[in-house]
Design a protein around this ligand. Structure first.
Ligand code: GAL
Length: 401
């Protein structure tokens, strides 16, 4: 009897140990670059090495960008042992060589696969090969895995009718495989929000997509932002809502719109994965992606996703709680018209403040800084009129004196 009991305890312990994700990763939202939005299937060793070099030399690494991720299309088949095979023409030295190169730059290396039989571009997916692939990835030195959801039911590219249980089981299998392979890997769930990964993803991955693929268009941005409202309670250190990789710098939006895009991602504590050609970007775009004051909001250790506090249709106010009783406020003019808005800085500091901290949230205790102008406001008056062009933001940080 006693022996039987010990077996049960041992089995329970084993199951618990293996059924977990790597815990100490992504304590703040992951930052990096991903090939898909700009390059699609046009990925190669040369591109990835160039991106890694650029990330170091252009100040992105310094600003916090860390992961260089190859998305779909690096893989072409499986060999007779079922091992995944990389495209030899595009990656002549193999993936480990590339990972080593990225590591030699002080960066981390990421890769893409899919929970289905095929990836979304019809390359071999991970299904049925999870443990084998995870071991391969570990031997290559992979630090980040984006795992897609195409063909999760055979023959069906976009599995909208599948269940959350199905998704949870598929993604948990890969999580367990990664854990067993022993190399810490940030696990990025990419089921486009279809199976509401925010409800079950916390113990499975470190981030999960909340909606369909982003497009380099203003309307796509608005659609995605609207889908984030209400998801804030699911995010926190080690587990983030992912509104998708960024389009900043890809050419389909204006500078004001890209600033709004970047600001909202920072307010949302979203993973900051640049998705543009960073080897050929102008200084304005680089300035957006490396605005350290904005990035500090995203990376704040409290790990709170911002909330849409005021929704007036075409004008919104977002608030993000920060550590040290600080906060960020983002005014968001979504409309096609310019607006002059009256802002009550005292009120915006006090609304939605945490209970029991009423005393501290006093405007006199704070400096208010404009994070795009990089200037302190004079605060002679606690109310001001602010002019906002169409499709623009103003972002302020309340900094404790
Ligand atoms: C989509 C995914 C994109 C990209 C693409 C590659 O499902 O959402 O971000 O990875 O597949 O085929």
């Amino acid at each position: 009897m006693k022996k039987q009991f010990l077996w049960i305890v041992a089995a329970f312990f084993f199951l618990n140990v293996s059924a977990q994700k790597f815990d100490q990763l992504a304590k703040t939202p992951p930052m990096g670059w991903n090939s898909w939005n700009k390059f699609g299937c046009n990925v190669s060793e040369k591109l990835i090495m160039g991106i890694a070099d650029e990330m170091v030399s252009n100040g992105m690494k310094d600003a916090g960008y860390e992961y260089v991720v190859i998305d779909d299309c690096w893989q072409v088949g499986r060999d007779e042992n079922g091992e995944i095979v990389a495209d030899k023409e595009r990656f002549p030295h193999g993936i480990k060589y590339l990972a080593d190169y990225v590591h030699s730059k002080g960066l981390k290396f990421g890769i893409y696969s899919c929970a289905g039989i095929f990836t979304c571009q019809g390359r071999p997916g991970g299904r049925g090969h999870e443990f084998q692939d995870a071991r391969t990835y570990a031997s290559w030195g992979v630090d980040y895995l984006k795992y897609d959801w195409c063909y999760a039911i055979t023959g069906d590219k976009q599995v909208s009718h599948s269940s959350a249980e199905h998704a949870m089981t598929s993604y948990s299998t890969m999580r367990d495989a990664l854990y067993e392979a022993g190399r810490p890997v940030v696990f990025s769930i990419c089921d486009w929000g279809f199976q509401k990964a925010w409800e079950w993803g916390k113990d499975v991955g470190h981030l999960w997509r909340t909606y369909h693929d982003i497009k380099d268009q203003w309307n796509s941005l608005l659609e995605i932002i609207d889908k984030q409202k209400g998801l804030e309670r699911y995010a926190g250190p080690g587990h983030w809502n992912d509104p998708d990789m960024m389009e900043v710098g890809n050419g389909g939006m204006t500078i004001e719109e890209y600033k709004a895009h970047f600001s909202l991602w920072c307010m949302l504590a979203a993973p900051l994965m640049a998705g543009n050609d960073i080897q050929n970007m102008d200084t304005e775009i680089k300035g957006i992606l490396t605005n350290k004051e904005m990035i500090a909001l995203d990376q704040d250790v409290l790990g709170k996703q911002g909330v849409c506090y005021r929704d007036n249709g075409d004008y919104e106010i977002w608030i993000k709680e920060l550590s040290n009783n600080e906060r960020a406020v983002c005014l968001f003019n979504r409309s096609d018209e310019k607006k002059s808005v009256q802002v009550n800085f005292d009120l915006l500091l006090k609304v939605t403040r945490p209970r029991g901290k009423e005393e501290q949230y006093n405007l006199g205790n704070y400096i208010v800084r404009d994070l795009w102008e990089h200037k302190e406001l004079s605060m002679k008056e606690s109310t001001a009129f602010v002019d906002m062009p169409p499709h623009s933001v103003k972002v302020y940080r309340y900094i404790r004196k």
